[in-house]
Design a protein around this ligand. Structure first.
Ligand SMILES: [Zn+2]
Length: 573
């Protein structure tokens, strides 16, 4: 490809609309352009990268025996009502009413559609297991689209679905997809972690997220270098009470007493007023679990993890209690709730971290007052001890007890063991070898194809621009005659171009009549792995310069050996 005949508009300035490195680079290197908030066009160079990632995804899915399908983006809303997920996705769904007054959804995901399809086409254990996948555009009306294609309203995903006759068989399908994902992300040049994840709105039993560590990531992950433990912040377990190093709370002799704390509600306010730290306080938070009040107590400097709490309470719906419920349950205004003397009708879940430390300061269940010298479990009728908080950097690894790291990360893939969540609600059954009917056991597996590009750029760039991993670079080599007016330079560039093309290498020839400085800047910005620089001075000695973008290393090669050196540097000998 010749640059002069290509559409590759690079930008010198950092676009005002972009904050994340990947977003800036995608705009500056002419990969994408914005149409409207969270909606982007791919220019030819960006599309070349996208197609390469899609090819890797297809190769790895096919290798595991998965079958490609293409499902519709337009889906009847009825289907989402039947699965019960319309409410769960809420305003993220893009819906429209067609001319026949029927309600439709622009698919944000395809569990419902694939289950309906499989229900029609597969009825016997003989046709299973089956794994179907597609690469398709998804639509989500994100509240805050940002960072370019990292969080956009229209994006390309690879989604796959497995249907098995038993949980053991699902384990095998899951392992195949897990393996495929590792290979895909490796080939895309990503440094990633597979972390244990919460199943959230998807439902199901086990799941892993594939996370790319990057400062602009919107997710947080916890990892341990000592034992390899890795989990999402949502899922990361905190060390249990019986394993905690100082599990024995100091005995408190004195009884609790009331302290006036006029107008002090928030943990920080109370701590400052009493001259103590947040870690000396117990926070009592009232929840409504399926409409009934429940109290959770955590240390003042800890945060309640609602996913953990919901599981612990076995609640379908968990929300913060409203003012009315709080006043009813505690007899006090909001901000003064405490666990001492709380009605026996309100279950109290105590976080494991409260097993050590104390005596505590807590709310007093009366206005403008707190209690001190509260001792656990002496003064509180605890219903259950549980891990109901987020892990913090001060915690240790839940598996080996060593130090942990908390980092920002970008989720690029997610695998779930769904079980029968969708096959039961949509009645996708099969006949087993004894002729009995049972719901299929399902798994689902997603990759953010467009997001891989953003994640890759977050990890692979420097101050000058992009450093593409070889397998997904838009071109493998860039030929740069610095003075295309010079006949010798032009002839050398043309012969190099033809020879590399014959060798099956994808080449971009910068034949533009622009200053050498512009070519150098654009070459580094566009991140093509190998640059062949043809300057008049070197050429007079019969040489060209070859630069590797990733290491910055330069070498001189005789013109006749240039193509072979490029091939070597690309690892294609
Ligand atoms: Zn560990």
């Amino acid at each position: 490809m010749k640059w002069s005949e290509f559409l590759l508009p690079t930008l010198k300035e950092v676009p005002a609309e972009a904050e994340a490195a990947s977003h800036i680079l995608m705009l500056r290197a002419g990969l994408i352009r914005k149409l409207t908030a969270g909606v982007y066009s791919y220019l030819p160079c960006g599309l070349r990268v996208l197609r390469k990632i899609e090819r890797i995804v297809r190769e790895e899915m096919d290798r595991q025996g998965a079958l490609e399908v293409l499902l519709p983006a337009i889906q009847p809303l009825d289907l989402w009502m039947k699965s019960g997920r319309f409410a769960a996705l809420g305003e993220d769904m893009i819906t429209f009413i067609d001319r026949h007054k029927k309600q439709n959804v622009l698919g944000p995901t395809h569990e419902e559609v694939i289950t309906a399809l499989v229900k029609q086409e597969i009825g016997s254990y003989r046709q299973m297991p089956v794994i179907l996948y597609q690469i398709q555009t998804k639509f989500r009306d994100e509240a805050r689209p940002r960072f370019g294609v990292m969080r956009s309203r229209e994006f390309i995903m690879k989604d796959a679905y497995s249907f098995d006759v038993s949980w053991e068989c699902l384990d095998r399908s899951y392992a195949k997809m897990y393996d495929a994902y590792c290979r895909i992300f490796q080939r895309c040049g990503l440094r990633f972690l597979a972390v244990e994840a919460d199943t959230g709105v998807m439902g199901g039993d086990a799941s892993h997220e594939f996370m790319v560590v990057a400062p602009n990531g919107e997710d947080r992950i916890v990892s341990c270098a000592a034992c390899g433990y890795a989990a999402s912040l949502e899922k990361a377990a905190c060390l249990r009470r019986e394993q905690a190093p100082a599990a024995q709370a100091a005995p408190v002799e004195r009884p609790w007493e009331i302290l006036p704390t006029p107008g002090k509600r928030a943990v920080e306010e109370v701590a400052a007023f009493l001259g103590i730290t947040a870690a000396d306080l117990i926070k009592t938070i009232m929840y409504s679990a399926d409409g009934k009040p429940a109290a959770v107590i955590v240390r003042g400097d800890h945060e309640v993890n609602e996913a953990k709490l919901r599981r612990c309470l076995g609640a379908r719906q968990l929300t913060l209690a409203d003012e009315k419920m709080i006043v009813q349950a505690t007899g006090a205004p909001v901000g003064f709730s405490g666990p001492v003397g709380l009605s026996a009708a309100v279950p109290i879940i105590a976080d494991y971290a409260l097993a050590a430390g104390g005596p505590w300061v807590t709310g007093a269940n009366q206005a403008d007052a707190h209690l001190r010298n509260v001792s656990l479990p002496r003064d509180v009728a605890i219903t259950q001890w549980a891990d109901v908080r987020y892990i913090t950097p001060a915690d240790c690894c839940p598996r080996c007890g060593k130090e942990i790291r908390l980092e920002q990360a970008i989720e690029v893939g997610h695998v779930f063991k769904l079980g029968t969540k969708y096959t039961e609600s949509l009645q996708a059954n099969f006949l087993d070898d004894a002729g009995r009917s049972a719901p299929m056991i399902m798994g689902c597996y997603g990759i953010g194809v467009t997001r891989i590009i953003a994640a890759c750029l977050e990890q692979n760039h420097d101050a000058q621009g992009i450093i593409w991993p070889a397998e997904i670079a838009p071109f493998q080599a860039l030929i740069m005659p610095l003075n295309p007016e010079d006949p010798a330079s032009r002839a050398t560039a043309d012969s190099c171009y033809r020879q590399l093309q014959r060798q099956g290498i994808e080449i971009l020839l910068d034949d533009r009549n622009v200053r050498a400085g512009v070519k150098f800047k654009d070459a580094d910005l566009s991140g093509i792995p190998v640059q062949v620089i043809i300057g008049e001075k070197n050429l007079a000695q019969g040489n060209v310069e070859i630069k590797t973008r990733c290491s910055g290393e330069r070498l001189l090669a005789p013109v006749s050996a240039a193509a072979a050196r490029v091939q070597e540097l690309l690892g294609m000998e």
